[in-house]
Design a protein around this ligand. Structure first.
Ligand SMILES: C[S@@+](CC[C@H](N)C(=O)[O-])C[C@H]1O[C@@H](n2cnc3c(N)ncnc32)[C@H](O)[C@@H]1O
Length: 248
């Protein structure tokens, strides 16, 4: 998180407001969810995207990354540092980890999937586009309004996807919406890391859901378990620098 932002909330209000304008531009000429997400990913890969005037969501500025104009061969030769099984590796920029497929496996047999801190719904849409079941209700729970609005616009491209978009904050956990389901997959992805401390209510709320709940947390917090790997040291440094959750 850049130091100019007071906290995660201000940061994500900015981030999702900017992204909302970008999605609006893409959606003006696109009606496929898969292609909209792919175009957005390409833009994010090539440019650092911000606003010239923080109060004007349409004043988008695209600053090209150094290697944005690389041809395919140059890009193939490039390496990005990434993590797998607690170790750091050099990956091709073409390599992606399929979280949608992973989450679909966890969602086997559930009637509801809820993502807390869902941003614009990327992970839920990845599930869907990887063959996620049409019998599941997908719930995107996100505290920032612009994130929820993007999710709704993207969801409109997939009428077969049963999706609900709700306001949710770890600090004021209310999971009443889950009462009507028998078996729930509750997951977070790079969002719980922002909660400096987690209110015990959060877990009480999960336990009090009448149906069965499976929890999956995809978070860069390995340092909370051990700090004897290069990856956990880097994750700890990032958490300290950005004042994220440091509990261990
Ligand atoms: C890095 S984004 C990840 C978005 C999404 N989970 C994904 O993987 O694409 C972090 C998200 O966490 C959300 N978040 C941060 N603090 C939160 C809190 N206290 N309660 C709920 N969500 C929170 C932010 O609003 C933001 O949308």
């Amino acid at each position: 998180m850049e130091e100019v932002f007071a906290d995660w909330r201000q940061y994500y209000e900015y981030i999702w407001t900017v992204r909302q304008s970008i999605f609006d531009e893409i959606l003006a000429a696109e009606s496929s969810l898969a292609r909209t997400l792919a175009k957005f990913t390409t833009l994010e890969e090539k440019y650092s995207i911000g606003l010239s005037d923080i109060n004007d969501a349409t004043s988008i500025v695209y600053s090209k990354h150094e290697n944005a104009d690389d041809d395919a061969i140059s890009k193939l030769e490039r390496r990005v540092i990434g993590a797998a099984r607690s170790a750091l590796f050099e990956f091709s920029p073409y390599h992606t980890f399929n979280e949608g497929a992973l989450l679909n496996d966890f969602a086997d047999g559930v009637d509801c999937v809820i993502e807390i801190g869902s941003g614009y719904g990327k992970k839920l849409f990845q599930m869907w586009l990887n063959g996620g079941s049409e019998d599941i209700t997908y719930i995107a729970a996100e505290p920032i309004k612009a994130g929820r609005e993007i999710t709704r616009k993207l969801a409109a491209l997939e009428p077969g996807m049963r999706i609900e978009v709700v306001d949710f904050d770890f600090d004021k956990p209310d999971l009443g919406i889950l009462k009507k389901f028998n078996k729930v997959l509750l997951f977070t992805s790079w969002s719980l890391m922002y909660a400096k401390t987690l209110n015990a209510d959060f877990f009480d709320n999960i336990v009090s859901i009448p149906g069965e709940v499976k929890c999956v947390f995809i978070e860069p917090i390995s340092f909370q378990i051990t700090r004897d790997t290069q990856l956990s040291v880097i994750q700890h440094q990032n958490a300290v620098r950005h004042q994220h959750n440091l509990v261990h």
